[in-house]
Design a protein around this ligand. Structure first.
Ligand code: SAH
Length: 399
């Protein structure tokens, strides 16, 4: 067997790698150019060539690869991945036995010990997402390991190789086993979701918002007029409606959002024609709503971290205050704004600060009701806190 090549860690970074920091950063290595091919396994060593960790080379927007093991002799083969999967499944035992929820994350990349790979479960089907060409090199070992430890109906994949995490539509996403029906109906806290495993980058639901949807339904929606912005397939609207919202309005720029949202309503026996589903730029909709003096009791803001439309570029880190100000103006007194972001670029503290700034600039007052970060199945590596990207705050508008 060929010897792993050595990458020399600069002295100031040694301790954090020893402590379990999982991401290979450019600044931490003095001879990064010795890496040749993605998927290559190498050793991190100190200046005296003393072993620190084994890692693989895989280029993502986050960094250049991920630490796999702090043991020098551990082989990175299918039994290595098998151990990781067994541990991941054990950690989620409650999810596997919960009949009211049949969609959740089984393996959350570095949170479960292998950065660059996530696996989601949809009622017996497994969806693997590869975040770099580097991790994809291990596809055979990873599939072998997964098949060894789970009973599956079928396996699907998404390749999100390029450095912006963009989806590669170069082939069929079906890998093996049986094909899922289209749509595949899964459950989340007894609500149906239509999942399309082989229809582009996104399958129809963002699993990381499960707790937020449940909270919205069980504690906030009853009798409320609800505006769901950046609504995608209308998941928040469906939960609000099932929680007794008097009416929902879903706004998304993408044309697909209309049939997709209609589908989500109808599989939950909600009359979609009694709900508003609007295909439009959210920022135009806000202008329209202000002009028409509309106001809502409950407003959900869940924008992408970054998006470019014909007229606007939205970046959560730069523009969230502006977005909040637009929303505050059309929220009724004592109404609730659910402000959400999946941007890993800023912390919960900064996000809270955005909220304060927005209200201050409008001379309004607010009260935070509760907040959320990632749910248990989106396991986070305690040494990599930035992996907990989700920030959701329920805000009550007082004046
Ligand atoms: N809140 C959704 C997920 C949002 S995904 C859920 O819980 O399922 C982001 C969505 O924002 C995409 O559907 C995209 O089409 C939409 N989007 C991006 N920019 C937009 C804009 N300027 N106006 C309206 N929708 C936009």
């Amino acid at each position: 067997m060929s010897q792993n090549i050595d990458l020399i860690v600069k002295s100031e970074f040694i301790q954090s790698y020893k402590d379990g920091y999982p991401l290979l950063s450019k600044e931490s290595i003095s001879n990064l150019d010795t890496l040749k091919e993605q998927g290559q396994i190498f050793n991190l060593v100190d200046a005296k060539k003393k072993f620190i960790a084994q890692a693989y080379y895989g280029i993502q927007n986050k960094g250049y690869g991920w630490i796999l093991s702090l043991k020098k002799d551990e082989k990175i083969d299918s039994s290595f991945f098998e151990k990781k999967f067994i541990d991941a499944i054990k950690y989620r035992e409650d999810f596997f036995s919960d009949k009211s929820t049949t969609a959740f994350r089984v393996f959350n990349a570095e949170g479960d010990g292998v950065g660059g790979l996530s696996i989601d479960y949809f009622d017996g089907y497994y969806l693997l997402t590869w975040y770099s060409e580097g991790i994809y090199v291990f596809k055979q070992e990873i599939l072998k390991a997964l098949k060894e430890v789970v009973k599956y109906k079928g396996i699907y994949q998404k390749k999100r190789f390029d450095t912006k995490g963009k989806y590669l539509d170069d082939s069929d996403d079906f890998v093996c086993g049986a094909k899922a029906s289209t749509p595949l109906i899964v459950k989340e806290n007894d609500v149906n979701f239509a999942i399309h495993l082989d229809d582009g980058a996104m399958v129809g639901v963002f699993l990381d918002q499960r707790e937020v949807r449940k909270t919205l339904r069980d504690k906030y929606a009853k009798g409320k007029t609800t505006l769901n912005t950046f609504s995608y397939t209308g998941a928040f609207s469906v939960f609000a409606s099932l929680g007794g919202a008097s009416k929902t309005t879903s706004v998304d720029l993408a044309k697909r959002s209309l049939p997709k949202t209609t589908e989500q309503f109808s599989i939950n026996n909600i009359d979609a024609s009694a709900q508003d589903i609007i295909v439009e730029d959210v920022f135009n909709y806000f202008k329209y709503a202000v002009r028409k003096k509309l106001s809502f009791d409950l407003v959900v803001l869940d924008p992408p971290s970054f998006a470019r439309s014909k007229k606007h570029t939205f970046s959560a880190s730069k523009d969230y205050v502006k977005l909040l100000k637009e929303a505050i103006q059309i929220t009724s007194k004592n109404g609730i704004i659910v402000a959400s972001t999946n941007s890993a670029n800023f912390s919960m503290m900064t996000f809270r600060d955005f909220i304060s700034r927005a209200f201050k600039e409008l001379r309004g007052r607010f009260q935070v009701q509760e907040s959320f970060s990632l749910a248990q199945d989106f396991r986070v590596n305690p040494k990599f806190k930035e992996g907990n990207y989700l920030k959701v705050v329920f805000i009550k508008k007082l004046t």
